[in-house]
Design a protein around this ligand. Structure first.
Ligand code: MG
Length: 271
């Protein structure tokens, strides 16, 4: 009998260690966020922030597809990362949409407006739109970008916290969303706020550069303790992904989403 009790105790200890290990080091699911869409593939024609890159991310079934938005001179919300656009490096804020759209993306697509982008976005509920508001020249313009984008999301039936989350380096943009649209997830990109401060200001998570997670090994845990999500940009090395995954990251933003899929395996979060 004593032997049975001893074996049961050992088994319980082994099980509890195993479980503890899973809880502390391996979250249930990790979302892969394709950075600027799943752009570096034939299907997308290697064009970042293109509609085709969003479609490729949706077709691959990644949890999220990130893209950047900003305003043209005539107030059109367009999807583009850099402030400049086209072969002549036209400053987007200084040109009208029609002037900019004379130049196609590398895959031949027209410069996508947010409307163009969301027509594709609405076609799949399996991939979350991770919408980044680019900081505009003035706070007023940044607020206008947020407000216009929200109206456009509503027109496409995508004003939905299950379908869209927001990220930005701009506290003005983030805090506009937090105050006017508090049901949505908002992750801050800059990296200069503690988990406590993020929580206090109403953010739902941090989307920080990988260097911040390296510099502060307890950051993911600290975010989780506050009930915040931990997202990271932009991690393309599978070695780094493995490490962040082991430490409990919630989302990995990457230009190498297929590599991330290999690393994460069965714990990949798919909707
Ligand atoms: Mg971005």
């Amino acid at each position: 009998m004593k032997r049975i009790i001893a074996l049961a105790a050992i088994a319980a200890a082994v099980c509890s260690c195993g479980t503890a290990n899973i809880v502390s080091h391996a979250p249930a699911k990790v979302g892969i966020v394709a950075h600027r869409g799943y752009w570096n593939c034939d299907q997308a024609g290697y064009a970042q922030n293109s509609v085709a890159s969003l479609k490729a991310a949706q077709d691959a079934g990644f949890w999220g597809s990130e893209f950047d938005v900003q305003l043209t001179k005539d107030g059109v919300v367009v999807s583009n990362h850099d402030k400049e656009y086209g072969p002549e490096k036209m400053i987007i804020a200084d040109y009208t949409y029609d002037e900019l759209a004379r130049y196609p993306l590398p895959n031949g697509e027209k410069l996508p407006t947010l409307d163009d982008y969301l027509i594709q976005g609405a076609k799949s509920s399996k991939t979350v739109l991770v919408l980044e508001f680019k900081k505009q020249r003035t706070d007023e313009a940044t607020i206008m970008l947020v407000d216009k984008s929200m109206e456009i999301l509503k027109r496409h039936g995508l004003y939905d916290p299950q379908r869209v989350i927001f990220i930005s380096f701009s506290q003005v943009a983030c805090e506009r969303v937090i105050s006017k649209h508090p049901q949505f997830e908002v992750q801050y990109l800059m990296g200069n706020m503690s988990s406590g401060k993020l929580k206090k200001k109403g953010y739902t998570g941090a989307d920080y550069n990988a260097a911040f997670y390296t510099a502060e090994p307890g950051l993911i845990k600290n975010l989780h303790k506050k009930g915040l999500k931990a997202n990271v940009w932009t991690v393309d090395s599978e070695k780094k992904m493995r490490k962040l995954n082991a430490h409990g990251i919630d989302q990995i933003t990457t230009n190498n989403p297929m590599g991330a899929r290999q690393v994460i395996g069965s714990r990949e979060h798919r909707k």
